[in-house]
Design a protein around this ligand. Structure first.
Ligand code: BGC
Ligand code: ZN
Length: 372
């Protein structure tokens, strides 16, 4: 079978043509034909060999963790899925430590031992191949109506898990009107999204859908394609080259939530200074290690205490986040079909892997490899 992957020891990125065809070996396993695979910054970083580990005893790792596939075969004990169903797999698999309560309870997104594995990233082959096999509990069924956008489910789960934590944390406050549903947690509140990449744009859609007055703060000056896209679904785009964080705060009013999807520490900490009363700050970016930078530590610390602020990092996602992402995509597709369409900027065959992963010639928002 064909597969795109890396050989870390040789520092090579390859299109293999003899990756073994996977077979069902357990009653609960499901065989999936890959239809679409999203490319993200994590994949491109693995292609610079800073991280990314092949399965034990092998010298290569098949890439890809953002997948949409179609069920082609099911094990004898699989009940919730049938041949022909569309599915999106989760990424992280539990560690082998029996004392890790999270992994024991299928919450490997909160693994304690740090020995979890991630498909296409760390220790297990990913989905950039023709077929793959996985346990049914890691496969999330997707309605056929999402065939053209469900490859965005996995990146959207970043926002979903982030928002689940926002909801939990802010339940400490009279933040939302009593008994108002979780899907309207943002009514009357202001959110700022940092960055207009796929995680930022999908996060902004999720915030607008929950009723937040949403501002996207990103570098490029208007007019530009991302600004138009963001404004077409009801968020306000502000260029960081035009407005300072202080000006941003004056325009927004109390900033109740900052959702960071930029991965740049300088801007992220500058904007932290304008987080509002009782505000919450969600980090999703994973910057590479660079030299230290000055931050306004006293001011930040005073604010965190005197303004009751909270800060939370979020990585990976649980099954509920996948289910919420699927529900949200249905909402986005009904409300903003064109905007959602524009998030996927290019579809390519496997042969284009070098331009997509190594040379970074393909720009835009989300590029996808299509097989089906
Ligand atoms: C993936 C996550 C993963 C993270 C860190 C991201 O690109 O979407 O599932 O946990 O990288 O490896
Ligand atoms: Zn990713």
């Amino acid at each position: 079978m064909r597969a795109i992957g890396v050989v870390p020891k040789k520092r090579e990125v390859c299109l293999f043509d003899s990756h073994p065809h996977p077979l069902i070996s357990d009653d609960f396993e499901v065989k999936v034909k890959a239809l679409e695979i999203g490319i993200c910054g994590t994949d491109r970083e693995i292609c610079t060999f800073v991280y990314g580990a092949p399965p034990a005893g092998q010298d290569y790792l098949v890439l890809g963790h953002e997948s949409l596939g179609e069920v082609v075969e099911i094990g004898t004990k699989v009940t919730g899925l049938k041949v022909g169903d569309l599915v999106v797999p989760s990424v992280r698999r539990p560690c082998d430590d029996p004392t890790c309560q999270s992994c024991q309870e299928d919450r490997q997104d909160f693994c304690f031992s740090n020995r979890f594995r991630e498909r296409g990233i760390n220790g297990i082959h990913g989905f950039m191949t023709e077929f793959y096999v996985d346990h049914d509990k890691y496969l999330n069924p997707v309605p056929v109506s999402l065939r053209d956008c469900a490859v965005l489910v996995e990146p959207l789960t970043v926002a979903e898990k982030g928002l689940a934590q926002v909801w939990k944390t802010q339940s400490r406050l009279p933040w939302v009107k009593k008994n108002s549903p979780e899907n309207q947690m943002g009514q009357g509140l202001n959110a700022v999204v940092l960055g207009a990449g796929p995680i930022g744009i999908l996060g902004a859609m999720a915030l607008v859908a929950r009723g937040f007055k949403t501002f996207v703060y990103s570098r490029s000056k208007k007019p530009n394609m991302k600004a138009d896209l963001v404004e077409s679904f009801g968020a306000t785009y502000i260029s960081s080259e035009v407005e300072t964080p202080q000006q941003l705060a004056e325009r927004v009013g109390n900033i109740d939530l900052i959702y960071e999807a930029l991965g740049v520490s300088k801007v992220s900490f500058d904007v932290m200074r304008v987080l509002g009363m009782n505000g919450i700050y969600v980090f999703t970016g994973i910057p590479s290690q660079k030299p230290a930078i000055p931050v306004m530590a006293d001011e930040l610390m005073r604010n965190f205490v005197l303004k009751n602020q909270a800060i939370v990092g979020t990585v990976n996602a649980d099954r509920a986040a996948f289910e919420n992402a699927i529900k949200d995509l249905v909402i986005f597709k009904n409300r903003w079909p064109q905007a959602l369409n524009q998030v996927i900027t290019g579809r390519y065959s496997m042969e284009h892997y070098r331009e997509l992963l190594v040379r970074e010639e393909k720009t835009g928002i989300k590029n996808v490899i299509t097989l089906g």
